[in-house]
Design a protein around this ligand. Sequence first.
Ligand code: NAP
Length: 306
Amino acid sequence: MRTTSTSDASGSTSDSIGSIPTALPGGTWTLGDREVTRFGYGAMQLAGPWVMGPPADHDGALAVLRAVVRAGITHIDTSDAYGPRVTNDLIREALHPYPRSLFIATKVGANRDARGGWPTARRPEDLRRQVQDNLQALGVDVLDLVNMRMGDANGPQDGSIAESFETLAQLQQDGLIRHLGVSNVTAEQVAEARGIAPIVCVQNMYNLAVRHDDDLIDDLARDGIAYVPFFPLGGFTPLQSEALSAVAQRLSATPMAVALSWLLQRSANVLLIPGTKSVTHLRENISGAATVLSAQDVAELDTIGR
Ligand SMILES: NC(=O)c1ccc[n+]([C@@H]2O[C@H](COP(=O)([O-])OP(=O)(O)OC[C@H]3O[C@@H](n4cnc5c(N)ncnc54)[C@H](OP(=O)(O)O)[C@@H]3O)[C@@H](O)[C@H]2O)c1
């Protein structure tokens, strides 16, 4: 069943915004009961500087989101904490009524403060409110996927995920969430969450240079669970490395293209959500991710993060 929205219930789709499914690099992956393109899109960077406030170019942000769908991408990652509420509002304005094929993943577990900080908000009442905020802002009756985000800006932290994840599992039972995931978590927290309710993905920081989760990715692949790396291009600090530049130069590709294609080739359960405010960069990333890396290329790139 598709996430319900007024339009979906009436059977209309996004044809009005010209969705033309095309073959994207990496093909598809099944998240729960839904097939998504492995090449997705992360909406966080559409908000203002440091993910606070509105974008400098509102129409440009809408154009990026429409270009995402037009390119055939069916997986968008967001959170009501981005802005806050800015990226969800943009997604709704640009894309609602949503294409039936579009899968929108969101996350809960943090608020924003006046200084742009990300204070944790994981008590059951916080999570219930955040789920309601996401439903309202995105304009849907059911959220496709909610990630329980743990840890802080420094990464995952040890500790039980049980109380938070049980709350999301209850909201799933209540019919407000289709699928569950976890984010910014340790392998132990992944195991703890899976003991409470099934998860379809783990969203952690991972890229060519940050490879703490190599074993976790392989374990999840064996169990058919997706791994969604955030900061695939390095996030606020673009990936830079001599080895990356050398491989990119040899292939006549950009370092961004090589970083994305390396992730797609890393494992079939890796789903990409690179962010950009630019339609040009979006197109570059889509075509660049199709770059084919040889075993020699991969061996050289593996020296960066290992
Ligand atoms: N779960 C979590 O805790 C968590 C944390 C952070 C992020 N996320 C999710 O992960 C997604 C991806 O992370 P991210 O967007 O922060 O980082 P990212 O995808 O690693 O990098 C985005 C940055 O790369 C630049 N960029 C993209 N394509 C480019 C190109 N072709 N050429 C030059 N520069 C390019 C973008 O600038 P331009 O805008 O100029 O293209 C932007 O500054 C987010 O959107 C968000 O949905 C989740």
